[in-house]
Design a protein around this ligand. Structure first.
Ligand code: GUN
Ligand code: ZN
Length: 482
């Protein structure tokens, strides 16, 4: 992508990425910014583009509201084909049909799809090491694959290299914001926040809380020490640049009642904190929670009693819920991070999105790597469609893509910052090829309307379709020449 060198971060441009061509073919000098030319009277300033001010041309697709279930002709969709997206100072400055004037560096991606960066509302940074591990359901998968990998994050150097690899991979899949679990080790949270800060990313994360039913080296030493570590991390990172802290309870079985109560106190002390955990993912897990917390009405009630059910709560999965749980989630304004590839891979179950929708719950889409098998939110949207199909339901491309962009932003209370092309939002923007390869291209040519074309994109595209990813107006990923 041809972006002014002044908006590229030279320190983190990926090796092998396509070098900036500077400006467009029509205006090859545009990228040099302010220029000077030799005229009759000597050196004279020539009007040129302002650094940090550039315009992207392509098919702009975002949402202005939540599309209704099953509505392929939804008014919530805002499609502006062959428009220019104006970006200034790292923010969306406007959208227009006409080519912008010479004050803008122009980057012509005509014929390509431009979407807001995806928001992955539930993913584990240390679990790239165990993605696609054979043969287990959740509880054995944790014991055999995941906990051993997470143990290695006690080491600062391992945590730092892992965090960088993870965030670069997220961006290379078109995900520019995420809600992330590192490990129980504070150093893993520090490494993740620092790597997010270096990339200008919107990240929500927190050190994992777990003080029982986990191996040595993965348990908090005491409730008091875990609380101290959380408070230090909150002081260091919460509200720093684009970072927020989430009180991060792994799941009910790995926290003592005293630790859950402490987590609830953290949330009560500062309502701007997020809370993330797992909820009702797997039947054996649900049974275990009932045994561990006989006083609770349900799995969700364990969290509710501890003060962990509120508007900033992100609950991964939520498969095995009843109507009372759904009503409580709705009343709290909490969200479910639906993780379809994980649910299929670990054989956890089929999320009832329709029931969640009927109850008025915010539903976002998440990769849950390494339980999930791909960081690609497009693949996860495609899996989400298939999960609904198993229940005889139809998930439109609009509903899925909204849940992965503006819907997630709204559920996180970040609608004014991410998830759309509204003026003033951060320029977290991705450029995609509508179709890569003969099969997808053939299908795209045959599409009869916009939903059909976008649905085929959602089902057939993956990270290989990604041309360029901007984070906060800075190009952080560029696809190499084929
Ligand atoms: N439940 C508790 N920990 C985890 C985890 O790491 N992944 C998933 N999918 N479920 C969990
Ligand atoms: Zn998870």
């Amino acid at each position: 992508m041809a972006i002014d060198a002044s908006i590229r971060d030279p320190g983190t441009a990926p090796a092998g990425g396509r070098a900036s061509a500077g400006g467009t073919a029509a205006d090859p000098a545009a990228a040099v910014g302010h220029r000077e030319a030799v005229g009759a009277g000597g050196l004279q300033p020539v009007t040129g583009p302002t650094p940090g001010r550039f315009a992207l041309r392509g098919d702009l697709l975002d949402f202005v509201a939540d599309p209704a279930w099953g509505d392929v002709g939804s008014d919530a969709v805002r499609f502006r084909p062959d428009h220019w997206l104006l970006i200034e100072g790292g923010r969306i400055a406007g959208v227009q049909a006409d080519e912008p004037d010479a004050g803008w560096t122009r980057d012509d991606q005509q014929g390509r799809l431009i979407l807001p960066g995806f928001i992955d509302t539930h993913v584990h940074s240390p679990q790239l090491d165990v993605i696609a591990s054979y043969g287990t359901e959740l509880l054995d998968w944790l014991d055999q694959h995941t906990f051993p990998a997470e143990l290695r994050y006690a080491d600062a150097a391992h945590a730092e290299s892992g965090a960088s690899l993870f965030l670069d991979a997220l961006i290379a899949h078109g995900t520019t914001a995420a809600v992330v679990f590192p490990t129980v080790h504070p150093v893993s949270a520090d490494a993740l926040f620092a790597a997010g800060q270096a990339r200008g990313m919107r990240l929500i994360a927190g050190k994992v809380l777990m003080d029982r039913h986990a191996p040595d080296g993965l348990r908090d030493a005491s409730v008091e020490q875990a609380e101290r570590e959380c408070r230090e991390l909150i002081a260091r990172w919460h509200g720093t640049d684009r970072l927020s802290y989430a009180v991060t309870v792994r799941f009910a079985p790995t926290s003592s009642p005293a630790q859950l109560a402490m987590a609830g106190r953290l949330c009560a002390d500062d309502p701007s904190l997020y809370m993330q955990t797992h909820l009702a993912e797997n039947r054996a897990e649900v049974k275990w929670v009932h045994e561990l917390f006989p006083e609770a009405r349900s799995y969700l009630d364990v969290y509710a009693r501890a003060g962990l059910l509120h508007a900033k709560s992100v609950f991964a999965h939520g498969i095995w819920l009843d109507d009372a749980d759904r009503a409580a989630l709705h009343a709290a304004g909490a969200q479910i991070a639906h993780s379809p590839s994980s649910n299929l891979f670990l054989g956890s179950g089929l999320f009832d999105w329709r029931a969640a929708e009927a109850a008025g719950i915010n539903v976002s889409i998440a990769s849950d790597v390494g339980g999930g098998t791909s960081l690609s939110m497009l693949r996860n949207c495609a899996y989400a469609y298939k999960v609904q199909a198993m229940a005889g339901q139809r998930l439109t491309a609009w509903k899925a893509l909204h849940a992965a962009t503006r819907g997630a932003a709204r559920a996180l209370g970040l609608e004014r910052e991410i998830g759309s092309f509204e003026v003033g939002c951060a320029a977290d923007v991705c450029v995609w090829d509508w179709a890569v390869g003969a099969v997808a291209q053939r299908r795209a040519e045959r599409a009869r309307d916009l939903h059909e074309r976008t649905f085929a994109f959602m089902l057939l595209a993956d990270e290989r379709n990604l041309v360029n990813a901007l984070v906060n107006g800075v190009s952080r990923y560029e696809r190499g020449a084929p």
